[in-house]
Design a binder for this molecule. Structure first.
Ligand code: NAD
Ligand code: IPM
Ligand code: K
Ligand code: MN
Length: 382
């Protein structure tokens, strides 16, 4: 049996609730498969790690993540840990991304099931057929440029962040976008989003995206949209952005939350954050395994519903599917999980009543959704 080590970081708020359901799903895969075994180990991370150890990313957690074959995460943060305090849960997440070199954040945004169309905040005619894969650069830009807090800067009444990109940083994320576009048949269009009419880092971004694609992937279709306009297109006619959207860290953060609600709920969408040498692009071709992969739902710790047992676990369960696909090379099981999720959302094989959490207008508990997905998955693997 091939054995894989998976580090589990439940984190804060609804994190532990939704991660517990994804863990059950991974345990089903491990127990059913004749040839693989998943060894899951939990570690402290985020606000709960601050409470227990004083820091959000304890050295032992970072070390375990470095040694793991993959990482499954919930979410970190919450009102208990003030944004003005020196030590914050979110610093742990940024430290983990940087520490593992997770530069490529993949956030697919499409309808897990057409039965969700009526839950979209957009009119069905507008939302229908939205199928966007957001590729967000994750360890550059304003998140990691030079920063001075109020009181630390040269002038007493100033604070600043620096949005900075290098040519290699943009080249490698462009290649990831290109590889994902090429994995589809026919290849997907690439939409690069920037603010090149104002920002120097965006002018570099656009130039490098153009040159990299021209030199290395001339067959791919590329267009450019300014981020303000793109955020409007996202709700006015999101299908125009169908394909691969590639953008820098902060724009990607904002646009991916905006896009996430189009297919029904923020609670449905997974993400993968990948590192890889020489390039994650290779990781997305069948022969390659990323050096590190962190998988988490795109939502946060949802303090408004934490502790109520009503969070939607599907984004985290689909993140576990991405973990199997990208880091462990187990596409077959990833597909089985995605299929099980779709069946539950489509109300198939589950006894004739609709099972949805509150974000999708229902009254099901987090654990009930987990129960059903586990049941359907077990049946499909038997
Ligand atoms: P959020 O994503 O936590 O919540 C936004 C809204 O979506 C809330 O109304 C919440 O109830 C709802 N929601 C989110 N996930 C849901 C789910 N699975 N099921 C049902 N409803 C869901 O964003 P926020 O409120 O801006 O942030 C709260 C905290 O989470 C902050 O401390 C923030 O820094 C942190 N955060 C962490 C991550 C992460 O760990 N990667 C991501 C985003 C935000
Ligand atoms: C996300 C979150 C994080 C980000 C925060 C919690 C640091 O919003 O994963 O999208 O801004 O990247
Ligand atoms: K998350
Ligand atoms: Mn975000």
């Amino acid at each position: 049996k091939k054995s894989f080590r998976v580090v589990v970081l439940p984190g804060d708020g609804i994190g532990p609730d939704v991660v517990a359901q994804a863990v059950r799903v991974l345990e089903v895969v491990s127990a059913t498969s004749p040839d693989i075994e998943l060894k899951l180990e939990e570690h402290l991370f985020g606000g709960c790690a601050i409470d227990a150890t004083g820091v959000p990313l304890p050295e032992s957690t970072l070390q375990a993540c470095k040694e793991a074959d993959a990482i499954l995460m919930g979410s970190v943060g919450g009102p208990k840990w003030d944004v003005n305090s020196k030590v914050r849960p979110e610093q742990g997440l940024l430290g983990l991304r940087k520490g593992l070199g997770l530069y490529a954040n993949i956030r697919p945004c499409n309808f897990a099931s057409d039965s969700l169309l009526s839950y979209s905040p957009l009119k069905a005619s507008v939302a229908q057929g939205t199928d966007i894969i957001i590729i967000r650069e994750l360890i550059g830009g304003a998140y990691f440029g030079e920063r001075k807090e109020l009181g630390q800067a040269e002038q007493p009444d100033v604070a600043y962040d620096t949005m900075i990109y290098s040519i290699p940083e943009v080249q490698r994320i462009t290649r990831v976008a290109a590889q994902i576009a090429l994995n589809a048949d026919p290849p997907l269009a690439i939409h690069s989003i920037d603010k090149a009419n104002v920002l120097a880092s965006s002018r570099l971004w656009r130039k490098v995206v153009v040159e990299t694609l021209q030199n290395e992937y001339p067959q791919l279709k590329l267009d450019h949209t300014l981020v303000d306009s793109a955020s409007m297109v996202m709700v006015a006619s999101p299908r125009k952005l169908n394909g691969v959207v590639v953008t820098e860290n902060l724009f990607g953060d904002i646009l991916s939350d905006e896009a996430s609600v189009i297919p029904g709920s923020l609670g449905l969408l997974p993400s993968a954050s990948l590192a890889g040498a020489p390039s994650v692009a290779d990781a997305l071709s069948p022969e390659f395994k990323p050096t590190h992969g962190l998988y988490e739902p795109i939502h946060g710790s949802a303090p408004d519903i934490a502790g109520k047992g009503i969070a939607n676990p599907i984004g985290t369960i689909l993140s576990a599917a991405l973990l199997l696909r990208y880091s462990l090379g187990l596409d077959k099981y990833a597909q089985a999980i995605e299929k099980a999720v779709q069946k539950v959302l489509d109300n198939q094989d589950i006894g004739g009543f609709e099972l949805r959490t509150a974000d999708l207008g229902g009254s099901a508990k987090t654990t009930e959704i987990g129960d059903k997905i586990v049941e359907v998955l077990k049946a499909s693997l038997a």
